[in-house]
Design a protein. Structure first.
Ligand code: SF4
Ligand code: SF4
Length: 68
């Protein structure tokens, strides 16, 4: 069953440190071209570990199916 939540990175805050990548149990987040972290929403289970780890506060958990 798909998770209700997924992580989303605010690219304006991300400093591409890679801390989120190390803690993700699903391999769902990666630093794209050394510029910003990007989440594979299909793999993300919304556990929130990346958000807790992010020193820049760049990750938010969003409800699936609810567009901004
Ligand atoms: S919420 Fe969990 S599964 Fe999703 S990207 Fe962050 S650490 Fe990975
Ligand atoms: S931990 Fe935060 S600042 Fe670092 S790469 Fe991930 S989203 Fe960007």
């Amino acid at each position: 069953m798909p998770s209700k939540r997924y992580a989303r990175v605010d690219r304006d805050y991300c400093v591409a440190c890679g801390c989120c990548v190390k803690v993700c149990p699903m391999d769902a987040i990666a630093v794209w071209h050394g510029v910003e972290a990007r989440v594979d929403e299909a793999r993300c289970v919304g556990c929130g570990r990346c958000a807790k780890e992010c020193p820049a506060g760049a990750i938010e958990l969003k409800e699936r199916g609810m567009q901004p």
